[in-house]
Structures are given as C-alpha cells and as structure tokens.
Design a protein around this ligand. Sequence first.
Ligand SMILES: C[S@@+](CC[C@H](N)C(=O)[O-])C[C@H]1O[C@@H](n2cnc3c(N)ncnc32)[C@H](O)[C@@H]1O
Length: 212
Amino acid sequence: MEILDVILQAYLDNHCDPEPDALQTINRETYLKVLKPHMLSGHYQGRVLSFLSKIMQPKRILEIGTFTGYATICLAEGLTDDGEIHTIEVNREMEEMLNSHFKLTNVEKKIKLYFGDAAQIISDLPYTDFDLVFIDADKKNNYTYFERVFDKVRHGGLIIIDNVLWKGKVYGAENDADTQIIRKLNDQVAADVRVEKLILPIRDGLLIIRKK
Ligand SMILES: C[S@@+](CC[C@H](N)C(=O)[O-])C[C@H]1O[C@@H](n2cnc3c(N)ncnc32)[C@H](O)[C@@H]1O
C-alpha cells in the first residue's frame, strides 16, 4: 500500500503527532483480528485526515467504507461540538468490533453507522450540506460514489478519495482492469471544471477534491 520510501515514511511518522492511544489499540486489534488489516488508514494518513478535518471544522462528514473505524475516528476529531459523521459499511460482521472501537473514544456519540451497499445508502441520505466526504470502499465504484455525493456536498466542501495512485501503477506501464479504472477516475476528476483537485502522494495516494 505504501508508495513512499520506508525510511522517509518512518521519518514522517516520527515528526507528526503521535497516534492517539485509542487509535493505537484499534490499529493493533485490526492487525490481530481482521483479514486484510492493511486496509486501515494507519498513523500518518490518519493524522492527515484528522488535520484536514480540524482545518475544515465540519458539521457533517460522510465516510464510505468504515472497516474497523480508524479513519472514522480520525475524521471525527475535527467535527464541531454538534457535528456528526455518517459512515457506511457493507460488512455487518464488523458491527460488534466497530461498536467496541467507537466506545474507546470521545466521539462515539457523533458517529452514525449504516450497514449496506453504499450506492443505495448515499442516495437515501437526506442531506445536501456535507462539508467533507471520504471515499474509501470498493475502488471500482469510486466514480459512482463521487457522482452520487456531489450534489450532497456544499460549495467549498471536500471530497477525499483514497488509493488513487494504486501502488504507483497508475503512472506506470501496468494496464490491468483495476489500474485502468483508477486511471479513468483520476482523468475524469482532472477534467472536471466544477472542482479543484490535488493528489497527495502519501500512503497509496489521496485525491483531495474541493467543490467550487
Ligand atoms: C479500505 S477499507 C476502509 C478503511 C477505512 N476507511 C480506514 O481508513 O480505516 C474498505 C471498506 O469498504 C467496505 N466496502 C466495500 N464495498 C462496499 C460497499 N459497496 N458499500 C459499503 N462498504 C463497502 C469494505 O467492507 C471495507 O470494510
């Protein structure tokens, strides 16, 4: 998942804020108990998400792809006192673990957890004022999610999409189906005049999109 040199990544990890205790526990539990634990955002990307959220001071956040709740909690750190984060996960087997993870934090009451297919749940959400959206579920549907959330994000709001550098394959010679899908997403967003966009080359690539 990491595209940065390991020595550089270690330096970055050691020169940003430490991982809060609850997140350290969730990180460890995820690696001990869950398949594909590398899917969690982790220390450095988690601090980036937290930082962006704190700058935005959002009242309403949407996350697509909850997994073990790591990024949910990072994003929730920037919410206003009356703010809330809506997070969607297709795998109901995560419910017990998620509830126990959220209990470890002081943002538990701000988290609204939905189980089911994200495309349908997004369409049913009655909000048009999301300040921040984090898309991090099944990659083949990234552009569908982007389109479905677009009218639900306020002007000036952020949409962040994870894994857009796809282990570096998008700018290499690879041409497998998954790489083509991510490349197409990046090209579509790059050509979209409704938004400003910037790819941060951290972890597996974070695409930051600001709705004009
Ligand atoms: C990369 S993980 C999310 C990691 C998490 N955002 C974090 O940073 O810690 C992707 C998650 O999306 C979920 N997912 C996959 N397809 C989905 C769908 N169609 N609707 C909702 N969730 C989905 C998976 O079950 C998995 O838990």
